[in-house]
Design a protein around this ligand. Structure first.
Ligand code: NAD
Length: 363
């Protein structure tokens, strides 16, 4: 089905990994595709327009936390559709750089809505890329069948190597059933973005669709940002013949979702009329993997040494992050197409091509 015209589209943070991939899928369905991006040096090696951004996309270098930048952008762009992707995304980094994460993710969102107010502009549709980080540890189920929200693991528990919650099993999160209890500042700021945008959108009779993304990976992800994207980092280490270190006992669970499946979820979201106050949509592969499994696959791909499980841990890391995608599949008419193994192999092909072409990577 063709995507109906999105009119003039503004994508904050649209020069990043997800924004560039989205532009390739949707820019031709827009009258204008305008990206407002600060070109964060942690993510981008240069501040020029990325090759991966659609040729028709216009890049305006601007900071979502700056009222002046917003006024400059909205003086020449009157968006009908807004994809709000701009964010500081370092989950672990956010615990010690909390102000920076809050400024961009929280204040950047309120500066956006304030700027729409000053410009007397109410875009018809907002799409927010939220995160599985809002769930924290999510919900676990004890041996007796009762469920509970354990919250963050204590240092005493982690120092004793008690990685799980004794006798309990983690349940896949869903926006409808799982109480959000972030364990990172990043997760808290993503939850705040959801609430702020929802409040503003409802007060202005416009529309909001929130996608809660699991761990997104694939061609196009930043190769220089060592604070996010462990799959890319593991790949670069293994490619150099290094042993991949894996935290805890290796059995930290994640849902790795391939970039094309995330883009197709956004595309599917643009083809429907959102309902007022509908719950966010969980976007994942539907497959729970351990970090060790991913590391082993990547190490084998490069014939690197087997990963070393080191028993270390990081504050704020959750033990288990996976989601049920069934409501998203039904409501958006979408389904993921990429298995983790196929996606990881496709990522290696891309990384090799990038590095062989001399593109900057994590040193
Ligand atoms: N990649 C994932 O695994 C994942 C998972 C869940 C949610 N998300 C969310 O998806 C969105 C996009 O993530 P991504 O993976 O493309 O990250 P990315 O880092 O590749 O892209 C983010 C973009 O935002 C820009 N940016 C940062 N600060 C800005 C500011 N102050 N003003 C304007 N632009 C700014 C960066 O320059 C970058 O281009 C984020 O909101 C992130 O929270 C990503």
């Amino acid at each position: 089905m063709a995507t109906p015209s999105l009119g003039t589209v503004l994508v904050t943070g649209g020069a990043g990994f997800i924004g560039c991939a989205l532009s390739q899928a949707l820019a031709e369905s827009a009258d204008r595709w305008v990206v407002m991006d600060y070109m964060h040096p942690q993510v981008h090696a240069t501040s020029g327009k990325p090759d991966a951004l659609h040729a028709s996309a216009e890049l305006i270098v601007g900071d979502v936390t700056s009222a002046a930048d917003w006024d400059r952008v909205l003086a020449s762009v009157r968006p009908d559709t807004v994809f709000h992707l701009a964010a500081e995304t370092g989950t672990a980094q956010s615990l010690h750089e909390a102000s920076r994460h809050s400024r961009v993710n929280v204040v950047g969102t309120t500066e956006m809505t304030d700027a729409f107010g000053r410009a007397e502009l109410i875009p018809g549709n907002f799409y927010l890329s939220s995160s599985r980080a809002v769930y924290g540890e999510g919900t676990w189920q004890g041996a007796d069948g009762t469920t509970f929200n354990p919250g963050q693991r204590t240092h005493a528990q982690l120092d004793a190597g008690e990685w799980n919650f004794a006798g309990a099993t983690a349940l896949a999160s869903t926006a409808v059933d799982t109480l959000p209890m972030p364990t990172s500042v990043y997760g808290a700021t993503k939850l705040a973005q959801e609430h702020i945008l929802r409040a503003w959108v409802n007060a202005h009779d416009t529309h909001l669709t929130i996608l809660r993304l699991q761990n997104v990976y694939g061609p196009g992800q930043s190769l220089i940002n060592s604070y996010t994207g462990i799959v890319s980092l593991f790949s670069q280490w293994a490619r150099e013949g290094k042993q991949i270190p894996v935290y805890e006992d290796g059995d930290i669970v994640r849902d790795f979702v391939f970039i094309d499946d995330v883009v197709s979820a956004f595309v599917a979201a643009t083809r429907r009329s959102p309902e007022k106050d509908e719950a966010p949509f969980d976007v994942g592969s539907g497959e729970a993997s351990t970090i060790l499994q991913a590391a082993q696959f990547i190490a084998q791909y490069y014939s690197a040494p087997a990963p070393s499980v080191n028993g270390a841990y990081r504050d704020g890391d959750v033990r288990h992050a996976s989601c049920s995608i069934s409501r998203t599949v039904t409501s958006l008419g979408w389904k993921p197409e990429w298995t983790v193994e196929r996606g990881l192999a496709a990522l290696q092909v891309w990384i090799n091509a990038q590095i062989d072409a001399g593109k900057p990577a994590v040193g």
